[in-house]
Each structure stands twice: as C-alpha cells, then as structure tokens.
Design a protein around this ligand. Structure first.
Ligand SMILES: Nc1ncnc2c1ncn2[C@@H]1O[C@H](COP(=O)(O)OP(=O)(O)OP(=O)(O)O)[C@@H](O)[C@H]1O
Length: 383
C-alpha cells in the first residue's frame, strides 16, 4: 500500500518535471501525500525579476498537471561552476556568518517610506519578531519556549521559523517528519505542535539539501509561509528570524506588518556592537523593540551558587546603553537544552523553565498590548 502511494507520488513528480520541460534550472520536484508539488528552482540572486518569472512559469505549468493539488516553489541560488574545472560539491553554508553585518546601503534601504502601510494579515492580531545579532545565542530556544508559554497561557499562537538558513524549530518541536497539508484553498495548513500552529522551511525542504539563500529569494519563501498559509485566528504570530542583520531580517522588518521585536543576547559584552546594529535596523524600519532578553545568564550548581560563565550583567548593561528594558534573564538549564533536543519545549513543563518562560511571556504579551501596530513602509508583496 505504502509502496504504491510512493510510486504514484514519484510518477506525478516525473509528470511535473516533463510538463516543465526538465530545464537545467529545475533542481528537484517532489510531491507530498496531499498532492502538493514542491519545486526547487535554481535562480540567479542578482536577477530578482528573472527569478520571479521563472517561479511564476514553473508554478503555472505544474498547476496544470492532472493530480497536482497545489504547488510550492523554493528558489535557491544558482551557482555557476567555472568552465573546464572540476568542482567538488561541498555542503553549502546553511547559515549566515556569525555576527553578519548590514551594509550602509542596506541600512539606508531600511529607512521607512513616508505615508504607506503594510496590509495586516487577516486573522493575525500581532506579530512578534525574535531576533539576535549573532548565531548560536539561544534565539530559537527563546522563540519556541516563549511561543509555547503563550499557548500554555491560553493564547492562540502561531510560530513561523523564518531562519531559512538553518531551520531548527521542527526539531525543537519534535516535528522533523511533519509535512504541512494543503487545504482546499491551496494554502499550506500549518503543522499543529504543542498547542501552536507552526510553519518552517524545514518542513518543506530536505535538511541536507544544499541551499544558499539570498535576500529576495529568502523573502519569497517567507512570504509564502506567511501569506499562503491558513493561520486562522491568532492572538500572536512569533517569527524566529535568522541571526544577524542581513537582507532577510531587513526584508522582514520592511515588508511584514510586525508589531514589535525582541532581541536575544547572551551576557557576553562582545556582542554589544552587533546588538546596537540590530536595534538600529528596527528603529530605521519603524519596528518597535520591546526590549532585550538575556539568555544563558548563569549556571546554578547543586549547592545553589550561581556561576556567570559568560560574564555578568551584560544584558542589563546593553539594555541601559540602548535605552531598552531588560525583559528577562534565562539561566543555563539542562532541562531547557534537553527540551530542545527532545522536541518538548521546557516551558510546557513545570519547575523553573515553566516559571521563567511564563513570566517572560507575560511581560512580552503586556508589551505587545501597549503598542500600536507600526506605521509601515509602502511595499507591494510580490507573491
Ligand atoms: N538557557 C539555555 N540553557 C541551556 N541550553 C540552552 C539555553 N538556550 C539555548 N540553549 C542551547 O544552546 C544551543 C543553541 O541554541 P539555539 O539553537 O536556540 O540558538 P540560536 O541563537 O537560535 O542559534 P542559530 O543561530 O543556530 O539559529 C541549543 O543546543 C540549545 O538547546
């Protein structure tokens, strides 16, 4: 039974490939159980219009194949091998470099346009962006546990993993094998996990497939997950963004009707310049920053002594320097790490993590409630 299903999916994928004329730029075609064709298309990141035209053409043709119920396309950067040279394909970098910097031009582009507004996404009351200046500081852990704590407190919560370079949320939710269904409306149905509606590029792509994402292409994937999904009624949609202040973060700040952001950091003071840059990006794009969340703040030994392994008071100092509140401090806890590894957010359990994230969720929810939706730049969605 399973075998024949697999066979018919493969057959349909072959038909889609044929319908597209098997061009060089078609990297792969997959069809999932619900009849959704997932196309991975190669495109030149420098040629946004060309990439978009390619996507529209491919989706249009695939939709016409009998048996295809919906189409999702993922654009990945085209890498041209130098002529006459054997190129060994190394696994491509799947993350931005740690502490990626925003160019001055990009900062300029981030300036809000006067007089425009980003349309609200129907049904979504508030959008909270969880950002960090650097990778590996515990941002996704905060995003998942904060969202879970809000859901536990009775809020209707969505969680969008926009960290397209290294989507870790499916693992943190224990949903690595999940595949979002396609609704009759041809929209993606977010995966339900621990009382939240969740979407991640990790659900749609092979985690081992090389993917080099670039700004506009990344944005197209994020826009699809935001706009072409049945989120339903949400009190809050939490977006876990990639680390740094690159194109993807800027595009989210500019194009998504974000209510507010929080910035996650460790106490290590070295990150201050990067955090300042991150905060500046949000200021320039008129996204209010609710404050700083310091994580991995200390480690408490069994005798109750706190050890400040990454320095002490860095988050508070940073908050003071930036004129932002310190929303919370999260210690290093084995249960938090284990929760991430096992796919059961620690915030959902009792004990210290439950209490800490409940407090943080309350602080953030109150902060969101006191904010107006930002005056947004005038941007037309391409998708
Ligand atoms: N408070 C904490 N206590 C213990 N472990 C933690 C804590 N916060 C994060 N971790 C662990 O640190 C690692 C990195 O965390 P996480 O993936 O959330 O970081 P990130 O900033 O989202 O990283 P990336 O830049 O790779 O997306 C994970 O193994 C996570 O379980």
């Amino acid at each position: 039974m399973f075998g024949s299903k697999e066979k018919s999916r493969r057959k349909l994928a072959g038909q889609v490939r044929d319908a597209l004329g098997a061009p060089d730029w078609l990297e792969s075609v997959d069809v999932d159980d619900s009849g959704r064709a997932i196309l991975v298309l190669l495109a030149d990141p420098a040629d946004q219009a060309g990439a978009e035209a390619r996507r529209i053409e491919a989706e249009g043709r695939a939709e016409l194949v009998p048996g295809v119920r919906a189409v999702t396309s993922i654009l990945t950067a085209q890498v041209t091998a130098p002529a006459h040279k054997h190129v060994k394909l190394e696994p491509a970098p799947r993350r931005v470099s740690k502490g990626a910097r925003l160019s001055d031009e990009a900062m300029q582009q981030g300036a809000p346009t006067q007089g425009g507004s980003i349309p609200r996404i129907a049904g979504i009351d508030r959008i909270l962006v969880v950002a960090s200046a650097k990778g590996g500081v515990g941002k996704s852990t905060v995003a998942v546990n904060l969202a879970a704590a809000m859901a536990k407190a009775g809020m209707k919560v969505g969680l969008l993993d926009a960290d397209v370079y290294g989507p870790s949320i499916p693992t943190m939710l224990g949903m690595q094998d999940a595949q979002p269904e396609t609704a009759a409306s041809k929209k993606l149905v977010p995966v339900e996990a621990h009382g939240m509606k969740t979407l991640s590029i990790g659900y749609l792509s092979d985690p081992d497939a090389p993917m080099i994402w670039r700004g506009p292409i990344v944005m197209s994937a994020i826009a699809q997950m935001l706009n072409d999904a049945e989120w339903g009624e949400l009190d809050v949609l939490v977006i876990d963004t990639p680390p740094g202040t690159g194109d993807a973060q800027l595009a989210i700040a500019q194009r998504v009707p974000v209510t507010a952001a929080i910035i996650v950091t460790t106490p290590q003071e070295v990150a201050l310049a990067d955090v300042r840059r991150g905060a500046a990006m949000f200021t320039k794009t008129a996204v209010p920053v609710l404050g700083i969340v310091e994580t991995m703040s200390w480690f408490e030994d069994p005798a109750g002594n706190r050890h400040y392994l990454m320095g002490e008071g860095g988050g508070a100092a940073m908050a003071t320097t930036l004129g932002l509140p310190l929303l919370g401090q999260i210690p290093m806890l084995q249960t938090i790490r284990e929760g991430g590894d096992s796919g059961k957010p620690a915030a959902l359990g009792g004990g210290e993590p439950g209490r800490i994230f409940h407090e943080l969720a309350r602080t953030v929810a109150v902060g969101l409630d006191t904010l107006e939706t930002k005056p947004a730049p005038e941007i037309i969605f391409e998708d």
